[in-house]
Design a protein around this ligand. Structure first.
Ligand code: LFR
Length: 483
């Protein structure tokens, strides 16, 4: 039995999952879980990257103690953030979070120098201030000059573990700096930012062998022999691989800190409508594209929990939300004011006040408002996607931590009029493990991986129920318009 280890780190937590294929089923076991988050240091919101790497070694030590002596290992994390690496190999600073305020107004500034449409035609990527393009534009130019390499987070972790540098493409595409046609970092954009193409590592596809663990780590820690495989290192790309989809007319929703709603395409769509609706074409594993939209997601709920000091899970918060009728209060979940407010609860309350709605007070009311508004936004985006791609959507596969929120799944099915399939919660780790298994030739391809996911996990089905949705959509449109 071979051992595959997924290191999957999101904005709020990381986990290490051991995966094995046993009698045609995928067995998962969580070996280690740890917290993640940014803190304000040296003038910016920064991730504690050394701490995260330390947790990986702690997880590997646990595995060794449990008798695992050999494994392959894949790393996926959130996208867009990077580490500047000095010629000697050490990091020049702790990486700055995409929620840091340094990129405020940077889209406007950069697109006054290069046309927005040009950037979209080159890259096919949605305009989000968090993109690496605007982060590098806002970066300390002296630091960029000193950097031998700019490595995205999972590439950097892979580099620390093995000493090998790569720029994995599913993640590199989220920089908004890859040229779709040349399939390289775009020369004009690099030139504009005064970045030498050599400052990025070689573009590498998911499913490539990166290297062995450095001997020095074996001297320092008692860990299994590890071969690191470059998987789909963008967590969302891994989640899509791990989605148990079947047939043609389906969409996905990777539901965690962010809600990433989209379709898997075999060619990018950079048409007028896609541009105007700010849809993205992130590169997927094995020649696919994630045609999707970022929705603020459960971050808003996480922040409500943080503000109120409650230790409730998403599902427990949903139980409280369920005690109130839905759609009493509606917010635009993608309003930038919810990106990183000082206090999320106050921000939601102010929004409701300003838009002439009753002010939600309890955790239940606040969560009710957010879940209802998320479901509405999901339904709206599914409609848009159908128009843009001219394809039908009959099923929505919801994966990730948020897929366990039954009421949100049912509301989404009802409003969108599609069947929702929910689970697995660990789709990202599953996608990470699947790419390792394909690379090791233990399974054939993504189709087989998805069959495996369907056979190995309890996927819940939510059929759309008839509800009076017209008035709800009307209310939504009015609130969004009059904001
Ligand atoms: C989800 C995710 C999204 C990306 C955002 C920022 O974890 O990777 O796909 O847009 O985080 O990196």
């Amino acid at each position: 039995m071979r051992n595959y280890v997924a290191v999957d780190i999101g904005a709020s937590s990381g986990r290490m999952i051991l995966g094995n294929l046993v009698e045609g089923k995928l067995n998962l076991r969580e070996v280690h879980r740890f917290k993640n988050g940014f803190t304000f240091r040296d003038g910016h919101d920064r991730w504690e990257i050394d701490g995260l790497i330390h947790e990986i070694f702690a997880g590997l030590e646990k595995l060794k103690q449990e008798g695992v002596t050999e494994c392959t290992l894949g790393i996926d994390t959130w996208a867009v953030d990077y580490v500047l690496v000095a010629p000697g190999g050490e990091k020049l600073a702790d990486p700055i979070s995409y929620r840091d305020s340094r990129t405020q107004n940077k889209i406007a500034e950069l697109t006054s120098e290069i046309q927005k449409d040009d950037i979209y035609q080159k890259t096919g990527i949605q305009f989000l201030e968090l993109n690496t393009l605007y982060q590098l534009y806002a970066e300390d130019q002296e630091l960029i000059k000193q950097a031998d390499k700019i490595l995205l987070i999972p590439d950097y972790i892979g580099y620390v573990l093995t000493g090998k540098k790569a720029a994995e493409t599913t993640n590199a595409s989220t920089t908004q700096m890859l040229n779709l046609r040349e399939r390289l970092f775009d020369k004009d954009l690099l030139m504009h930012l005064d970045i030498d193409p050599c400052q990025f590592a070689e573009l590498t596809d998911a499913g490539t062998y990166l290297g062995e663990m450095k001997p020095k780590w074996h001297e320092k820690y008692d860990i299994p022999a590890c071969r690191v495989i470059t998987v789909a290192t963008h967590d969302t790309a891994s989640a899509v691989v791990g989605t148990p989809a079947k047939g043609k007319n389906w969409a996905f929703l990777s539901s965690g800190t962010w809600s990433l709603i989209g379709m898997e395409l075999t060619a990018p769509n950079t048409g007028r409508m896609a541009f105007e609706e700010n849809y993205t074409n992130e590169w997927g594993a094995y020649g696919t594209y994630r045609f999707l939209k970022n929705i603020m997601g459960l971050w808003i709920v996480q922040e409500i929990a943080r503000n109120s000091d409650s230790r409730l899970s998403f599902s427990e918060m949903a139980d409280q939300a369920n005690q109130y009728p839905f759609f009493k209060q509606i917010i635009d979940v993608n309003d930038p004011r919810f990106n990183h407010p000082v206090h999320m609860i106050t921000e939601i309350q102010n929004y409701c006040r300003e838009t002439g709605q009753d002010v939600p007070e309890s955790i239940g009311e606040l969560t009710n408002c957010v879940y209802g508004s998320l479901a509405l936004r999901y339904a709206k985006e599914l409609e848009k996607m159908k128009r843009i791609t001219k394809r039908d959507i009959e099923a929505l596969y919801i994966v990730g931590g948020g897929s366990s929120v039954a009421i949100l799944n049912q509301l989404t099915a009802n409003l969108a009029g599609v069947t929702v399939y929910a689970g697995p919660a660990e789709a990202t780790a599953v996608g990470n493990l699947s790419v390792q298994m394909i690379t090791e030739r233990e399974i054939k391809d993504v189709d087989q991986a998805r069959d495996l996911v369907r056979n190995s996990f309890d996927i819940k089905e939510y059929k759309p129920q008839k509800i009076e949705s017209a008035s709800v959509f009307e209310k939504y449109d009015k609130i969004i318009r009059n904001k």
